[in-house]
Design a protein around this ligand. Sequence first.
Ligand SMILES: NC(=O)C1=CN([C@@H]2O[C@H](COP(=O)(O)OP(=O)(O)OC[C@H]3O[C@@H](n4cnc5c(N)ncnc54)[C@H](O)[C@@H]3O)[C@@H](O)[C@H]2O)C=CC1
Ligand SMILES: NCC(=O)COP(=O)(O)O
Length: 323
Amino acid sequence: MPRSDAPIALSIGEPGGIGPETIAKAWDRLGAELPFFVIGDPTHIDGPVEVIAHPGEAPRALHRGVPVLARDFGAPRIPGTAQPAHAQPVIDAIRDGVALVMAGEAAALTTAPIHKKALMDGAGFAYPGHTEYLAHLAGVEDVVMMLACPELRVVPATIHIPLADVPAALTRTHLTRVIRITHAALMAQGHANPRIAVAGLNPHAGEGGAIGREEIETIIPVLDALRAEGLALAGPLPADTMFHPAARAGYDVAICMYHDQALVPIKTIDFAGGVNVTLGLPLIRTSPDHGTAFDIAGTGRADPTSLIAALRMARDMAQGTGA
Ligand SMILES: NC(=O)C1=CN([C@@H]2O[C@H](COP(=O)(O)OP(=O)(O)OC[C@H]3O[C@@H](n4cnc5c(N)ncnc54)[C@H](O)[C@@H]3O)[C@@H](O)[C@H]2O)C=CC1
Ligand SMILES: NCC(=O)COP(=O)(O)O
């Protein structure tokens, strides 16, 4: 990806959530450090706003307020509630962000959190999250979700599917693709031969087949094949003992078999500083690790640290200094 100093595009996400508050706080704390602009309804932002006509105006505009490429969302924001009228504009803001990055007018896309069910109910959103929608927009088949903080990187090999569907989704082909995309992304970020730890699916990584056979039938054959190509892979490891500090020192990224196996450790270690980054796209996309937090929207208690980390990571990746 070419180095870019263009501003970061930030899709507003769910207006009823904490996105608008964290955006205003991020603008306040970042100052001129990091040019970004929001795609959304300017009336939804919890702070001073500067409506801009073009992303190139963002660096100057941010001295006066949050630069916003204005969209009319058709209804006021009610903190703690999703408005059906907002569903399609929320989706369109993500689409427009991708288009601006692909056109070179923005360096990267950072996405504020969406409320997935509100988009499904309000606009028939056909995707379980940004990750899959971005893959669709970019025309790629396989993308990988990675969450990163200074202490840990994790990848859930399966993402937003019911737990009961995980074993069937964990095919050799799928797991191989996830590991390959992760390996390539870390190489591109400057890791000469990234050390990849792979979790088992079952307790004790299956206990030699006594507590489940997915390790023997799927995970071990995949690891053996990729090791033969030179990838530095450890596993399958018992997931319960691979996240303490000494274990984490032994790898650069942990591939986990399902959503919570990956996200529980990172959100426990660093909920405020975690960043969600999509690997395998032809554009850079980052996001805070948290969701819409309807329970605290409008209270002034939203912590912008994760959004700030996501914006910084997007900027660093765009400038080729990794993540
Ligand atoms: N990238 C995205 O678009 C994401 C969207 N979501 C969506 O968000 C919605 C709500 O998800 P939940 O599981 O409830 O997770 P959540 O992250 O919205 O909230 C979980 C708990 O953490 C607190 N919290 C979250 N972010 C915070 C912040 N910045 N400062 C202070 N406290 C914070 C909330 O108040 C709540 O008690 C769902 O629709 C989910 O799909 C969840 C994660 C990421
Ligand atoms: N649990 C992570 C999450 O929900 C983020 O998903 P996505 O919207 O980034 O695909």
